[in-house]
Write a new protein. Structure first.
Length: 328
């Protein structure tokens, strides 16, 4: 009986086994690469030190340069602003900025929109490691901004950045309706919000907010009922554009000094200070001063009652004694 030659079958079996082994090795290699990439990512992306550094940079930007950066970023063709050099166009304290970046071992700092689709889709001249980190960042459509930081030691960090919305604003009427206490106890009411002039402060808008200092922009004409009641104000200057003070608008504060500026052209009988407007403060008689006194003021009942250490119920406004006078 003739012996069968099995060499061909053995070769095929060897090839099949070899192919399987190679396939397994390739699979293991791919998995290893993925694990190695994840390992490198976990040790280089958003580490504790990197996050700490970004947080410090964010806090600095919010205190110096945030508004300027918004303006530049919104007009930038490339969609980001490189702030690594602490340009004086953005920052006032450039020396502090440079010192901070140096201490944090910063290589590159980018300020951009939170939505990174623009950065990811275009071929910017970033180094490959920075590009990889940008592609790694997961973002949402929240309309805020983002800081991206590359450090000299090869690590990276990124955080969202935004200022809290301080004012609830009704643009149709130019009225501030509410104030967010997360902003500050030192309040500066702006002349405009989103390009719309602020003309009114709504009822109770700033009441019971723990406000210690207040600056009112010129252009505001009306202050609503109890708008700034129950705060911690000690002194106040009111712009000449304000001609109407609501009931209890500044009552229950700690005012010891008050300046009410009046426009030279203010018409007779056009200034109204409501009932209890400045009641329950600490204004000594004569410490409420009006810049112009030849005007008839409509004083509400007890508008300056319960003031001063001696409980004066009337306040001298350069000759006007808290009661209706005559136009001259």
């Amino acid at each position: 009986m003739k012996k069968v030659d099995n060499k061909g079958f053995m070769l095929v079996e060897t090839l099949i086994v070899a192919t399987l082994i190679i396939s397994v090795l390739i699979y293991l290699f791919i998995q290893f690469q993925t694990i190695a990439k994840s390992y490198n990512t976990s040790f280089n992306y958003n580490t504790v030190d990197a996050a700490y550094g970004v947080s410090n940079i964010r806090n600095y930007i919010l205190s110096d340069g945030y508004e300027e950066l918004l303006n530049y970023q919104n007009t930038a063709n490339n969609g980001y602003v490189d702030i690594t050099n602490c340009n004086s166009e953005y920052f006032e304290e450039t020396e502090y900025c440079l010192s901070l970046f140096d201490q944090l071992n910063v290589k590159t700092v980018l300020f951009t929109k939170n939505n990174l689709s623009n950065l990811k889709s275009k071929n910017f001249t970033f180094n490959e490691k920075l590009k990889s980190f940008i592609n790694y960042i997961k973002y949402d459509n929240e309309k805020v901004y983002r800081i991206i930081v590359e450090y000299k030691n090869g690590t990276f960090g990124s955080l969202k950045i935004s200022k809290p919305i301080c004012f609830t604003f009704e643009s149709e009427t130019g009225t501030i309706k509410d104030y967010n206490t997360a902003c500050s106890s030192i309040v500066e009411v702006p002349a405009s919000i989103d390009g719309i002039t602020v003309t009114k402060i709504g009822a109770n808008a700033f009441a019971n907010k723990g406000i210690t200092s207040l600056t009112l922009a010129s252009g505001i004409t009306e202050i609503g009922d109890y708008a700034f009641a129950n705060n911690l104000l000690t002194e106040l200057t009111i712009p000449e554009t304000v001609t109407s003070y609501g009931i209890g608008s500044f009552s229950h504060n700690n005012l010891t000094s008050l300046t009410i500026n009046l426009a030279d052209e203010l018409e007779c009988d056009k200034l109204t200070i409501g009932v209890d407007a400045f009641r329950y403060n600490k204004i000594p008689q004569g410490n409420a001063v009006a810049s112009v006194h030849t005007v008839f003021i409509n004083f509400g009942e007890n508008s300056f009652a319960n003031n001063g250490v001696d409980g004066f119920t009337t306040i001298t406004l350069e000759g006007i004694n808290g009661v209706p006078g005559k136009c001259t």
